[in-house]
Design a protein around this ligand. Structure first.
Ligand code: KIV
Ligand code: ZN
Length: 507
């Protein structure tokens, strides 16, 4: 193995699924596994087969899928666990037993010697069945280095192919992690991995420090999912390795964003906006100084080209906005104000920003059109022709829509948890034919009191390429205002996509 090549062991489907509140169906797991394989991870830890029948079935489905990645199942060093993993047809077993005194005394209630013997027996038993074995000493970072070395040496003698050093409760520091890797490497000659948890926000830094000290594999999860505060995030580790440490992985980085979106959708765990690489704001710019810099040379304020991770940059208008950013935003909308008009538009945008107003793309466009005295653009890829919704007690909320999508008429209906959800799903079932557009944010505010209050709905929508658009709907009917905002936002994305596709007709 070349020194610069780092294996990516993805545990989204195992440790990631241990995120509180997350459970995935077998179909969800299979869909994620296929995506991880496309992404280029080396190992997919598909689950913990002994945990339940459904889990074993899901792991088996993934193992039988014929993926390029190695498919691995987790097992304690117990015969029953190893048998469950073997029956799931995995080609690798991730075997573990705790080695720290605190786990031995309070959890396993076992002496160190007993644990060592079990570890050896477990590795020998798994190896007899012809699978690859990666061995983890759980809670390694709270185990004395001498003890750790004794375990690792013994399991390598028993046949373990790779070793993993887990920072189970995320208490390590980068220098300690590096020291442990060096210590372990000094007594064995097999590849070393690390598995870092993020309890102190150091999972990525600890993983990278381990690589610098000679680890050749990193355990990661998409979006940093995992027990408690999660594991080292795949996207951060990979992008840091490629860009800051000049290491190689097999990851096709252009698929990072769509993978993050898929995992977020199927797990229901929203990605925080300021999350590196995959957060909404990672490539968004508001301040005038930054947008000016970005527009003249993106590298001034973007350490990474968004396209490299399958995203696009976006500019946001607000009180920090500057004329360069607003001009660029308007140019995307096909509007070209002169300097005087631009100054007026910018001052109106700032005025609203100062009043604490969230400015959507449609708001900026409306301000510009009123200054330029240009009527609203007629080109709409998506038009709402008809809309009805049924809701009540003992009725499943159902919405029906008739839409014109790029010249074709579609009728669709969908059910949801409420009328707005049903309406969104009905519309998405039509737009899905040309593009996956997600509702990323939904805000509802009453502008006046009383049951006939005016409602204001602000939505943010996005697509798998990282295009983001915000729009507002207003009226005394919340559902209609929501649909209006959604259609406006979706139109912006569809138009952008249409322009990006060199004006080829969407079909
Ligand atoms: O965090 C941990 O220690 C684990 C083990 C199963 C390796 O997930
Ligand atoms: Zn873990």
């Amino acid at each position: 193995m070349v020194d610069e090549y780092i294996r990516i062991f993805d545990t989204t489907l195992r440790d990631g699924e241990q995120t509180p509140g997350v459970t995935l169906t077998s179909e969800d797991k299979l869909e994620i596994a296929r995506q991880l394989d496309k992404l280029g991870v080396d190992t997919i830890e598909a689950g913990f087969p002994v945990a339940s029948k459904g889990e074993a079935e899901a792991v088996r489905m993934i193992a039988k899928e014929g993926l390029t990645a190695e498919v691995c199942g987790l097992a304690r060093v117990e015969k029953s666990d190893i048998d469950a993993a073997l029956s799931s047809d995995v080609n690798c077993i991730h075997l573990f037993i705790a080695t720290s005194d605190i786990h031995l005394n309070y959890k396993l209630k076992m002496s160190r010697q007993q644990a060592l013997e079990k570890a050896i027996q477990g590795v020998e038993y798994a190896k007899k069945h012809g699978v690859k074995v990666e061995f983890s000493a759980e809670d390694a970072t709270r185990t004395e280095p001498q003890v750790l070395k004794e375990f690792y040496r013994a399991v390598v003698d028993a046949g373990a192919d790779r070793l993993d050093i887990p920072d189970t409760v995320g208490v390590s520091t980068p220098s300690r992690m590096a020291m442990l890797v060096r210590e372990v490497k000094s007594v064995v000659d097999v590849p070393i991995a690390v598995h870092c948890h993020n309890d102190f926000g150091l999972a990525v830094a600890n993983s990278i420090a381990a690589v610098e000290a000679g680890a050749s594999e990193v355990h990661v999860t998409v979006n940093g999912l995992g027990e408690r505060a999660g594991n080292a995030s795949l996207e951060e580790v990979v992008m840091a390795l490629h860009n800051l440490y000049m290491k190689k992985t097999k990851i096709n980085t252009k698929l990072i964003y769509e993978t993050s979106r898929l995992v977020s959708k199927l797990t229901g765990v929203i990605v925080q906006p300021n999350k590196a690489i995959v957060g909404d704001n990672a490539f968004g710019h508001e301040s005038g100084i930054h947008t000016h810099g970005i527009l003249s040379l993106p590298f001034t304020y973007e350490p990474l080209d968004p396209e490299v991770v399958g995203r696009t940059r976006w500019l946001q208008a607000g009180k920090h906005a500057g004329s360069h950013g607003i001009r660029a935003q308007l140019q995307e909308m096909g509007l070209s104000p002169n300097d005087e008009q631009l100054a007026l538009i910018v001052s109106k945008v700032k005025e609203l920003g100062d009043k604490g107003k969230t400015l959507t793309d449609s708001d900026v466009e409306a301000i510009a059109r009123s200054v330029l005295k240009v009527p609203e653009e007629n080109e709409k890829v998506l038009k709402l022709l008809d809309f009805a919704v049924m809701t009540g007690i003992n009725v499943v909320p159902t919405a029906s829509v008739k839409l014109d999508l790029d010249g074709r008429i579609y009728v669709a209906s969908a059910t949801g948890v409420g009328p707005v959800d049903a309406a969104v799903k009905a519309i998405q079932s039509v737009t899905e034919k040309v593009a996956k557009i997600f509702l990323k944010e939904y805000r509802l505010e009453a502008l006046s009191g009383g049951s006939d209050a005016m409602a204001e709905v602000i939505v943010k929508v996005g697509d798998s390429m990282g295009n983001i658009s915000s729009a507002r709907g207003m009226g005394d009917d919340i559902v209609v205002a929501s649909v209006e905002a959604l259609i406006k936002g979706m139109n912006k994305i569809l138009l952008k996509q249409k322009k990006m596709n060199n004006n080829t007709k969407i079909s």
